[in-house]
Each structure stands twice: as C-alpha cells, then as structure tokens.
Design a protein around this ligand. Structure first.
Ligand code: FAD
Ligand code: DHB
Length: 393
C-alpha cells in the first residue's frame, strides 16, 4: 500500500499527528502493536497543559474534555505538614486540566475512525527500510499476513521501546540519559477526592501526590525505590504510607476505598537529539522521557507533533521544506526546557535515599523559598502550565 506518512504508534503523538494531517487532507497510515481496547484502557498521564487544551479545542475535540475534564487553577505544595497553594491565573494567566490520557486517546481514535482512517492494530514485526532515502517503507505483520507500506516520510511515535529510534544507526544517535533511584507507585482508588486541587507532598519518608480522575475515582502516587516490587505493597501498607506522608496533623483526611489498580514505574530522563534522520522523524516518548513529577510527557508528545504536522503541511501545500528541516531544533528547545523543569520538580520533592539531615533541611529550605517568593512561584507556574513552542530558531 501507499501513503504519504507512515505513523508507527497510536499513542497521543501518533494519533494527534494523523488527525492534524487529515484536517489538511494529508493521508497517513497508523500501525499499533496493541489492541484498541488495550490502548483505550491503559491508565497513564492525567494533566493537560494550557497549550494541549487549546490544541484539543482547535482540532474540534473539546466536547468530552469540557464535560468530564476538570479545570485546575492551581496546585498545592506540601512540606513540614503545611500545604501552600500556587495560584496559576494570578501568576501566569494560564490553567491546566485533569483529563486522563486514555480519554484523549478515545477522542482522537473516534475522530480518526469516523473519517475512515487506516489504523492497523495488533501489528507485529514492524521494520523500517531505506530511511536514508526519499522512498522509505515500513513492513509489518498482522494476523499472520505480511504487509508493506511505501511512503514519503515515517513518523516514529512508538514510545520509548518502539522500533523507530532503533532503526537509526547507533553512531548517528546523540543521546543523553539520567536514571533516578526513585520509582512511583501509582494507584486508582474508588473514593472521594482527597483535595480539590493536586497536592505534591515532600515528606522525609518520600514524595506523595494526590491527584484525581472523577468524583468517585482517585489517582494517588507514592515515591518508592526504583527496584521495589508491587507485591511488597499490600493495600493496607499503601494507605498507611499515604496517610503518613500527606498528614496535615489535624486528623484523618484521606478516605480509603477499594484499590482497582496499582503498579510501579521507574523514573528516567532521556533525550535523543536525533529527532530527524533522513525521512524518519521521531516524536514523543520515542525521542524523550521525563520523570512524571512535572506532568510533561504527554504534553511534550503533543507539542512535538504540532511542529511536525505544520512542517509536513507546509511541505505538501507550498512545497516549502524549511520548517520540516527545523523540526528537530524547534522541538528540542521545548524538550530541554521540559527536561529542566521535570528534573527540578523531581529534585525538589523527592528525598534521596539515605539523605543526610543537612540535605533534607536544604530541600525544605528550597521549598520554603518557593512558597515565599512570588518570582519562584511564577517560574513554577509558567513551566507547569506549559511554555510556548518557540517557532523561530
Ligand atoms: P506512547 O503513549 O507510549 O504511545 C506509543 C505507542 O506506540 C503505544 O501505543 C505502543 O503500544 C506503540 N508501539 C510500541 N512499539 C510498537 C511497535 N513495535 N509497533 C507498533 N506500535 C508500537 N505525561 C503528562 O503529560 N502528564 C502527566 O500527568 C503524566 N503522568 C504520567 C504518569 C505516569 C505514571 C506515567 C507512566 C506517565 C505519565 N506521563 C505523563 C507520560 C505520558 O504518559 C507519556 O509521555 C505519553 O504517553 C507519550 O505519548 P507517545 O504517544 O509519545 O507514546
Ligand atoms: C498525574 C500524573 C503526574 O505525573 C502529575 O505530575 C500529576 C498528575 C496524574 O496521573 O493524575
């Protein structure tokens, strides 16, 4: 088969790219390793930056987001049993929305499928060919049948473990990496919201985050060791540790409920600066990973494909390649700023294992500075709600 853009991966990056291109009449084919049910049900990110909210609106996908998403005008930072609110509108005139990633996926899939998009689920053995040429191709197997796609460009939107980045010769890859000792244990619990807005908590036992999904389903996270195993965490132990870390000293606040899912994700920072190689473009987690503390991963995937889509649109509509050739440089500026912010939030809120009393006090002093300085809060607010895409090089 033939198409203009072969997109590998139906995550936020791949689906949004296909949707943006389709709005300008540019044809794409999407290949996805998992089933539709699986991608629609996997629990991951929760927070949309202002720019992602606006993107969803500008492409006609606001209806369900407005119905079931929650606008948040601030977050709480807690330490030493005190909670401090950071108010976004007065600091940056922006806000964020809690609208789960799998709902974004459902909106995008629904829009693409209504338009009769070519999306192949449960594909295996995806291979990229001739990416250094102007006539690349992708081969894949679905239900035992082998297919081949001839295209102008390949968009590698297949997450950190996908085959796209691996297709680039290793000596051409410019990579940066940092691993943390921490992981996040995340749960979904059937209970009432623990707080109106998110609470990011520093505690000597470790970080904790109170987030939400619906009035009856909550999302909570605990810092654990990256090598810890979920079997070590009974529901009782999770509640006990959450209560300890988010305690404000005035009685029980956290209402327990049935835990419907729990898992541990290790933390990592990674950037592959080679986001453009021949006719292959990498976008989203395929090119970079951030620790989740800044809530940036899905938002970065969305801003990457905004730039990539615009570059492809200018190429197909006006035969201009400048923007496409600047994709890597434009995307990387935002990627590195999100790396910086995610590392800052992680270091601010996660006590290191075996931290000395001095190091803990220094962390508390950093937190104290944040909540007492308008300049520091403004910096946090503008980064958390999302920096603009810098289109000019
Ligand atoms: P993915 O969502 O990983 O999509 C890639 C797709 O490619 C997948 O569907 C995969 O199945 C498919 N694929 C892989 N290999 C192949 C193959 N061989 N062939 C075909 N398809 C393949 N981000 C935020 O912005 N805000 C948050 O609040 C936030 N919280 C998070 C909390 C947690 C606990 C975690 C784990 C992540 C969080 N993130 C958050 C990060 C966010 O979920 C990711 O950054 C986001 O999913 C990246 O989107 P993507 O489309 O690039 O990749
Ligand atoms: C959620 C995830 C995050 O990484 C974060 O910083 C805030 C909220 C969430 O899943 O709700």
């Amino acid at each position: 088969m033939n198409t203009k853009i072969a997109i590998i991966g139906a995550g936020p990056a791949g689906l949004m790219l296909s949707h943006l291109l389709a709005q300008k009449g540019i044809d794409s084919v999407i290949l996805e390793r998992r089933s539709q049910k699986d991608i629609e049900e996997t629990v991951r990110a929760g927070v949309l930056e202002q720019g992602t909210i606006e993107l969803m609106r500008s492409v006609g996908l606001e209806e369900r987001m407005n119905q079931i998403g929650y606008k948040h005008e601030g977050i709480n930072i807690q330490f030493n049993q005190e909670r401090h609110r950071i108010d976004f509108p007065s600091l940056t005139n922006q806000e964020v929305m809690v609208y789960p990633q799998h709902e974004v996926i459902k909106d995008l899939l629904n829009a693409r499928q209504k338009e009769g998009a070519s999306i192949y689920f449960e594909v295996e053995e995806v291979e990229l060919f001739d990416i250094e040429s102007k006539t690349p191709s992708v081969e894949f197997t679905q239900y035992g049948e082998r297919y081949s796609i001839h295209c102008d460009y390949i968009a590698g939107c297949d997450g950190f473990h996908g085959p796209s980045r691996k297709a680039i010769p290793s000596e051409q890859l410019k990579e940066y990496e940092h691993t943390y000792d921490h992981g996040w244990l995340g749960i979904l619990a059937e209970t009432a919201p623990a707080s109106e807005e998110l609470v990011y908590t520093h505690h000597p036992n470790g970080f904790a985050l109170l987030s939400t999904r619906t009035p009856t389903l909550q999302r909570f996270y605990l810092q654990v060791d990256r090598t810890d195993h979920i079997d070590n965490w009974s529901d009782e132990r999770i509640w006990e540790e959450l209560r300890t870390r988010v305690d404000l000293g005035n009685g029980p606040e956290l209402q327990e409920g049935r835990i419907t899912s729990k898992n541990i994700v290790a933390m990592k920072s990674y950037v592959c600066e080679t986001m453009h190689y021949g006719s292959l473009f990498l976008a989203g987690d395929a090119a970079h990973i951030v620790p989740p503390t800044g809530a940036k991963g899905m938002n970065l995937a969305m801003s990457d494909v905004q730039v990539l889509a615009q570059g492809l649109i200018e190429y197909y509509q006006d035969n201009r390649e400048e923007l496409l050739n600047s994709y890597e440089a434009i995307a990387l500026r935002r990627v590195w700023k999100a790396q910086r912010f995610s590392a800052f939030m992680t270091k601010l809120l996660h006590p290191e294992q075996g931290a000395s009393p001095y190091e803990l006090r220094l962390q508390e002093s950093e937190l104290d500075y944040l909540v007492s300085s308008k300049a520091a809060q403004q910096s946090l607010a503008e980064n958390y709600t999302g920096l603009p895409i810098e289109w000019e090089k």
